[in-house]
Design a protein around this ligand. Structure first.
Ligand code: IVH
Length: 674
């Protein structure tokens, strides 16, 4: 690249970054996910270091992100609010640690760091004088921010007065305002019912809620705050390690995260990083990285600051859960029960740890709400095992001549009319089993591992069997012969005979599997199990009326209705008879005794917060001990096991008077004498 080209490129990147800063910090409405922004910033930094003569003090690379917007009055920070240096790899972390050791002159041993979650919210500074909150401000451009005192009073509630005796006359606490995931979900539900705009993610919701001119609105938004460092301190002393400062802050009434840990050197940092990465999805709030801070305050002072960030802290980014890519096609999928789901086919993109090329668009309303069009650059999110979804469209990158997507009125597979259900959000193909797509999905579901578990009956074979009209319904599967199967494409005689053997084997099943395999709308594995435990055999379930179905715990009117409608359909009863005639059978279920006799047998348990063991392991353990593990706290809950940073579930349990166990007690109780 020539110097002239570099100059042009730098200019372009600076303008773009300024614009995206404005969208993020002032409008609370960013267009790009952080990963894309970070890449742009790195590109700029690389060019500026290659051509130092093109560096400039007002480049976005030299500034602390934000702006002091004009809506609120201005607060000049007594001590500037800095940003954090980022690391995207272990090497960058190791380089940071080397630099720290060099500056503090540590030749042997390891530096003690405090590792903490990097909360994805917005930084604020709280100024307490004589223990009272007198001012709260956003970070702004780091030098001055917005006066949000009234709003922060709403967020802090009774935390506007510190508790304890030896509180410095002036104490500035810096921290993050954020929104917990479940609070975000319920806020968005409220927004939707009110017909208001939905927030894209908890960070935007937090920013938008905090920067409301009317504190009454902020009061209605569920915001949380955790302190993470200090600003100005006068007229008093503070502990001499970051660890002790954090303990002290928590003692005087500042909310802090209980995920903080003391770790030694790079190895300790990485161990913490990997544990939090593993538990990221079960944390009650979004995090976008881990922050490591040198604990000794005397060392923090020797390390000091660069223009932008402290030299004693580092933000180690976690893999991005949001990325940008291109929408290549919108396809309409027809599910087993006719539900129509629009699916986005994407240019493959690495996000949330995997390559994603499909994402759900949920429903017709969602497409309209996003106004997403083929050719658009879109933001995709993939977090944990959740199906990837499209969050938003980067409208300023929309190509010319795109067309709004027109949702079909007829099933793309069988051409039957598409009908709306309930409030109109869910639409279905009205073709029923006439629709080849529904038939196909139904058969695939029947054969799947958790249903009849017919090994070797893959999608391609089901497609061919239907196309060649060798089967009409699931019962026909059991009439297939080796000869017939060998005539299929890419099906050798050996595989054909294996498949027949697998079909034979699948005939010996259990009642819950069979019920689940039938594909009754709303009857998943758990409901099938519940029904089997309550009725012991199929016939009583078929005969049960809506009222008796509803007597069964966990079966509500909607599921009861669905079961009743399914069995009322003569076609469905015929298929069941055909299956039984073909030899499908199951042992009559016995009333289920819990396998073991433990303090958890027959109890309903909820897990919340971060445990030292993986959430799934805790769940399995409880199930082995005879417990039922559910996701939300209700009056039917017997125990709530609470890990670090537990959110509103723990509060709810307390309010309902449900027994709360910490992890240690849980482990002790699990280790009972059988
Ligand atoms: S320390 C001078 N600790 O990350 C110390 N920041 O990218 C500066 N953040 O502006 C911050 N969690 O808004 C610190 N545990 C944590 C944090 C944290 C989130 C945010 C904060 C900061 C930004 C820098």
């Amino acid at each position: 690249m020539s110097k002239q080209q570099a100059e042009n490129e730098i200019q372009k990147l600076r303008e773009q970054l300024e614009y995206h800063n404005y969208r993020y910090y002032v409008l609370d409405d960013p267009l790009l996910p952080d990963a894309a922004y970070d890449r742009m910033m790195r590109q700029l930094e690389a060019l500026e270091s290659e051509y130092p003569e093109l560096q400039s003090a007002d480049s976005p690379s030299q500034k602390v992100g934000g702006f002091a917007a004009r809506t609120f009055s201005e607060v000049v920070h007594a001590v500037p609010m800095r940003s954090l240096a980022n690391a995207f790899s272990e090497e960058e972390l190791a380089a940071f640690d080397r630099r720290v050791k060099e500056i503090v002159d540590l030749e042997k041993g390891e530096v003690e760091y405090i590792a903490e979650p990097k909360l994805d919210g917005l930084a604020v500074s709280l100024r307490y004088e004589n223990g009272w909150l007198v001012q709260a401000a956003t970070r702004g451009d780091g030098r001055s921010g917005e006066n949000i005192t009234q709003n922060m009073r709403q967020v802090l509630g009774d935390k506007t007065k510190l508790i304890g005796k030896s509180i410095p006359k002036v104490l500035e606490v810096r921290g993050e305002v954020f929104m917990r995931k479940e609070d975000f979900d319920s806020l968005n539900q409220r927004q939707q019912s009110a017909g208001s705009k939905l927030f894209v993610n908890p960070r935007n919701a937090a920013a938008g809620s905090l920067r409301q001119l009317d504190p009454e609105i902020t009061a209605q938004r569920p915001l949380s705050f955790y302190g993470y460092s200090l600003g100005q301190v006068e007229g008093g002393s503070i502990p001499n390690t970051h660890w002790d400062i954090m303990q002290w802050l928590s003692g005087i009434g500042i909310p802090t995260s209980d995920l903080l840990e003391r770790v030694q050197g790079v190895a300790g940092c990485l161990d913490y990083y990997h544990r939090l990465q593993r538990d990221r999805d079960s944390l009650p709030f979004d995090i976008d990285g881990i922050v490591y801070k040198v604990s000794r305050m005397d060392w923090q002072h020797s390390l000091g600051f660069t223009a932008k960030a402290p030299r004693w802290a580092l933000a180690h980014k976690l893999p991005a859960q949001e990325e940008v890519t291109t929408l290549e096609k919108i396809e309409i999928q027809v599910g087993r029960t006719g539900a129509i789901t629009p699916v986005a086919r994407l240019k493959p993109v690495f996000v949330g740890g995997v390559t994603v090329s499909n994402a759900t668009l949920h429903n017709r309303d969602e497409i309209e709400r996003l106004d997403v069009r083929v050719g658009d650059t879109v933001v995709v999110r993939r977090a944990g095992d959740v199906i990837p979804e499209i969050l938003s469209v980067v409208v300023d990158q929309r190509p010319e001549k795109t067309q709004p997507f027109i949702f079909p009125t007829h099933c793309p597979v069988c051409n039957s009319a598409i009908v709306s259900e309930g409030d109109g959000v869910i639409v279905r193909c009205s073709g029923g089993l006439v629709c080849p797509a529904q038939r196909k999905e139904n058969i695939k579901h029947f054969a799947s591992r958790k249903a009849m578990d017919i090994e070797g009956l893959g999608d391609k074979i089901v497609d061919q069997l239907l196309e060649q009209e060798m089967i009409d319904d699931v019962a026909d599967l059991y009439l297939l012969t080796i000869d017939q199967l060998s005539s299929l494409e890419r099906m050798a005689e050996k595989s054909a005979s294996n498949l027949v053997a697998a079909l034979e084997k699948s005939k010996e099943t259990t009642l819950p599997r069979f019920l689940f395999a039938l594909g009754i709308p709303l009857v998943g594995e758990t409901t099938a199990e519940t029904l089997s435990n309550a009725f012991y055999d199929l016939e009583p379930i078929i005969q049960a009326d809506i009222e008796s179905l509803q007597q069964v715990p966990d079966i509500g009117p909607v599921v009861a209705e669905s079961l009743n409608a399914f069995f009322a359909e003569s076609h469905n009863r015929q298929i069941i008879s055909k299956l039984i005639q073909a030899g499908v059978h199951w042992p009559k279920a016995e009333q289920k005794q819990s396998v073991v006799d433990s303090p958890f047998s027959g109890k309903t348990v909820v897990l919340t917060g971060t445990l030292s063991m993986a959430r799934n392991d805790a769940k399995k353990q409880l199930q082995l001990l005879g417990a039922k593990v559910t996701g939300s706290v209700s009056k039917n809950t017997d125990f709530v096991i609470v890990g670090a940073d537990a959110g509103s579930k723990a509060d709810k349990a307390e309010a309902l008077g449900i027994e709360i166990l910490d992890e240690e007690t849980f482990i002790r109780m699990s280790d009972y004498e059988a």
